[in-house]
Design a protein around this ligand. Structure first.
Ligand SMILES: [Zn+2]
Ligand SMILES: [Zn+2]
Length: 118
């Protein structure tokens, strides 16, 4: 991977186990999948989620590279090129807890959640 250290910082741990913005009360408060900013560790929700916080973070911060924060997934994605790519092993944990439901978090997902995906 050719990204520089400002785009991918393998020493920064993730911000938490869920979308930082959903958990802070921005939007309906639940997500489908999680994405982690490779530069600062911000955990945000994917573009299928109601609030699309991962993309909002990338646009707002200028951090262009994310990694999936889903268990068993290690792909990176570069917003500038639209390409998936490989990258270094980031500071653990490298996913949300495997017992955290998808969509999540537990207790915040409406029964008609499928109708609210983007
Ligand atoms: Zn979110
Ligand atoms: Zn970031």
């Amino acid at each position: 991977m050719s990204s520089n250290a400002e785009e991918v910082n393998a020493s920064v741990p993730p911000s938490g186990t869920g979308c930082a913005d959903c958990l802070a009360g921005d939007g309906p408060g639940w997500w489908l999948h999680l994405r982690r900013c490779a530069a600062c560790g911000h955990v945000g929700c994917c573009d299928n989620s109601p609030s699309q916080h991962a993309t909002a973070h990338a646009e707002g911060s200028g951090h262009p590279v994310i990694q999936s924060f889903e268990p068993g997934e290690d792909w990176f994605y570069d917003y500038r090129t639209g390409d998936s790519l490989n990258g270094p092993r980031l500071a653990p944990p490298d996913s949300h807890p495997s017992d955290q439901p998808v969509p999540g978090p537990a207790g915040a997902v409406p029964s008609d959640w499928h109708d609210h995906l983007n």
